[in-house]
Structure formats: structure tokens, C-alpha cells
Design a protein around this ligand. Structure first.
Ligand SMILES: Cc1cc2nc3c(=O)[nH]c(=O)nc-3n(C[C@H](O)[C@H](O)[C@H](O)COP(=O)(O)OP(=O)(O)OC[C@H]3O[C@@H](n4cnc5c(N)ncnc54)[C@H](O)[C@@H]3O)c2cc1C
Length: 337
């Protein structure tokens, strides 16, 4: 069984911080996964799943077993004239999967182009971008319960999706390994062009000429212009969740900061964390090898030799300064390990 000891995680996280895992196993089949879980059973060490490490910050060495899920495969479960159910194994890489679907004429995922990571991790935080969330296209999830070894099917409702979260990040955190995800896609283009930046990027294209492939291309173009490529500059995308505050509090803050943006959601208002961080003076900040990206205040970066602990310390300073200036608490979207 391929379980390695004392593995350097530098290439297994997009912040590219150095940390070591006491034990590490890459698994390419469900059988291998079961074998590794059997090895772990009875040992008093923690266990965690790893996809591409694009939503994780290792603050220190990991004292347990990390399982890198590398199970591949894409199959059509069912298709009609207008729809298709596509199952992708958890180790498929997200963006090539989106591209594959587009080539096959299976539409719906194009707004989620170029999000780093694996298919298996996508439901954990209900990935979302440009007006679409995973929950809009997810049919069901199959996951293996770590304690019992049993497989369980989660319907879309069972996953308890919310903004950048799901049961796998909350109540059932670290209890299940997502082995595959089935998507409900459309065989006819089903465009979602509501998001303002996307509308603007397509403003000079006649509506009838807009194809899902063009939407995907534009999303990739916008993302490349805004977000640093983790291979060039270590980062994990948005570091904090966008906070929600009550309407009364929003009105009070709006009186003090007339340009404060806010998006009503039920009884609360969602505020862009990037705006708060920029107003608190952090955009483009750099101290040694840790910093805040110069074009995107929500993205913390490793300029080369930063440690996880240094990045966590910077995130805490940002939290404290935003809390002091606006009375709003920011919480990390990134998992700190
Ligand atoms: C440049 C950049 C841009 C990004 N943009 C976006 C964006 O637009 N929208 C967005 O939503 N996210 C974005 N992200 C965050 C990230 O891409 C997503 O969270 C992605 O789904 C993480 O996938 P991963 O395979 O890297 O997961 P990892 O970071 O390896 O793991 C994330 C979490 O999921 C758990 N996990 C991983 N695989 C499994 C599994 N098979 N079963 C159970 N648990 C598992 C891990 O234990 C961990 O808790 C961005 C990140 C970067 C670096």
C-alpha cells in the first residue's frame, strides 16, 4: 500500500507554503481508498482529504494522514433530447472537466470555468462564480463515510448548500469522502449572463452570437485579468467570506461611508469583504514574503518564502483592523490546518 512518511506539502497547496504531513497517500481507486482507511483505523491520528490544496492553508506540519484523492473517470448516466446526467469522479480536475463538458455539448458549467481544484472538493464549499453556484447544477453526490466505510448518496437537498458552504463543511465536516458527483446539465445552451462583469465583457457581442464556449472564454479572460495565477504567485483565491450584516447596521455604516456597497439577501445585506479590506488600507500591502494582492484585496499572497503561520498572522491583523474600523467580523473561507 503506497503510504509515504513525512511528505513535503509544498506542491500540494496553491499557497505553496512548506509543511510536512506525517503520512500521505494518493489513491486512484475506491478499493485503494478503502485499504488506506483500513490502515488508518485504530491509529490515533487525524485524517484529512486533499484535492489540489487550493482552499487550504497549512499553518504547521500535519500530524496525521493526508489522502489525496486521484480517482478519475467521467460517464454519462442518462440522457434525453434536452438534458444529460454526467457523473465525474472526485479526482477529476475541475476546469478540464468543464472544458470536456462544453466539447461534448453538455452545458451549464461555463460560468464556473477556471476555478482551481477537484470535482470532489467542489461540493464542499459549493463553488461559485459569475452568477452560478455548483448547487444550481448538482444532481447528487456519492460519499464514503469514514467511520463505517459505507457509501451514501446525497441528493442536492441533502447537501445543505449555502453561500460557499455545505453539510460537508459544517455538520458532516471531515466525516465523508466525496468519491463522485453527478451533474444535471443541458444539451441545449442555457446561458446565465446576469453577472455585471460578464454582461460588460459581452456587451459588444449580439445576443444570438453568444455561445456557452464564448461565455467560458470570457470568464477565463476576466479571471486571468483579475486573479493571480497560483503557479506564479502563491494564493488560495478569496481568503475571507463576504460578511452579512443586518439592514439597520448597514444603514448606519452607509451614513458614514456613502460608497459602501451592499447586496440585499433576505433580512441581511452582503458586503464585499474586498471593499472593507481595501478601505482599511491593506490592498497591495507587503511585509517580507506575505502580502495582499495589488489588484484584489481579498487575495492574500505568498511572494515566495512565506510560512503558513505568517500568512495566518497577516489574516488575523486584517480581521482585527476591519473589526476595529467597521465593527464587522471577517471569517476565513480558506481552511486553516
Ligand atoms: C486563484 C484561485 C481562485 C479561486 N476562485 C474561486 C471561485 O471563483 N469560487 C470558489 O468557490 N472558489 C474559488 N477558489 C477556491 C477553490 O478553488 C475551491 O474551494 C475548490 O473547490 C478547492 O478544490 P481543491 O481540490 O483544491 O480542494 P482542497 O483545497 O484540497 O480542499 C478543500 C476542502 O475540501 C476537502 N476535500 C477535498 N476533497 C474532498 C473530497 N473528495 N471529499 C471530502 N472533502 C474533500 C478538504 O479536506 C478541504 O477541507 C479559488 C482558489 C484559487 C487558488
Amino acid at each position: 500500500m503506497p503510504i509515504q512518511a513525512n511528505v513535503d506539502l509544498h506542491h500540494f497547496n496553491t499557497f505553496h507554503v512548506s509543511a510536512r504531513s506525517r503520512w500521505f497517500a494518493e489513491v486512484a481507486t475506491v478499493e485503494a481508498l478503502r485499504e488506506v482507511l483500513a490502515w488508518h483505523k485504530g491509529k490515533d491520528i487525524p485524517l484529512m482529504l486533499l484535492g489540489q490544496g487550493s482552499n487550504i492553508l497549512f499553518r504547521e506540519n500535519y500530524p496525521g494522514l493526508i489522502i489525496e484523492l486521484a480517482i478519475k473517470g467521467i460517464t454519462v448516466q442518462q440522457s434525453t433530447e434536452s438534458s444529460v446526467l454526467v457523473q465525474a469522479m472526485g479526482g477529476e480536475i475541475w476546469h478540464p472537466f468543464v472544458t470536456h463538458c462544453l466539447k461534448q455539448g453538455w452545458y451549464g458549467l461555463e460560468n464556473l470555468s477556471l476555478i482551481p481544484g477537484t470535482v470532489g472538493a467542489a461540493p464542499v464549499q459549493n463553488i461559485g462564480a459569475y452568477g452560478v453556484e455548483l448547487k444550481d447544477l448538482l444532481h447528487e453526490v456519492q460519499a464514503l463515510e469514514i467511520a463505517s466505510g459505507n457509501m451514501k448518496t446525497f441528493t442536492n437537498d441533502d447537501c445543505g448548500f449555502s453561500y460557499r458552504s455545505s453539510v460537508f463543511k459544517e455538520d458532516l465536516r471531515e466525516q465523508y469522502i466525496i468519491t463522485d458527483v453527478t451533474f444535471s446539465l443541458s444539451s441545449k445552451p442555457r446561458l446565465n449572463l446576469e453577472y455585471p462583469a460578464l454582461q460588460q465583457a459581452l456587451s459588444d457581442v449580439p445576443r444570438e452570437s453568444i455561445t456557452p464556449q464564448l461565455v467560458s472564454d470570457k470568464v477565463c479572460e476576466i479571471r486571468r485579468s483579475k486573479l493571480p495565477d497560483p503557479d506564479m504567485l502563491g494564493n488560495a483565491g478569496s481568503f475571507f467570506w463576504n460578511p452579512r450584516i443586518g439592514q439597520d447596521r448597514f444603514a448606519e455604516l452607509k451614513a458614514l461611508y456613502p460608497d459602501l456597497p451592499g447586496y440585499a439577501e433576505g433580512n441581511s445585506v452582503k458586503i464585499p469583504a474586498a471593499w472593507l479590506i481595501e478601505k482599511a488600507g491593506w490592498k497591495g500591502y507587503r511585509d517580507g514574503d506575505v502580502g495582499v494582492h495589488e489588484r484584489h484585496a481579498l487575495v492574500l499572497v505568498n511572494h515566495g518564502g512565506a510560512t503558513g503561520a505568517e500568512l495566518v498572522a497577516l489574516s488575523e491583523r486584517i480581521q482585527a483592523s476591519v473589526a476595529e474600523k467597521f465593527g464587522i467580523q471577517l471569517w476565513p473561507e480558506v481552511r486553516i490546518v
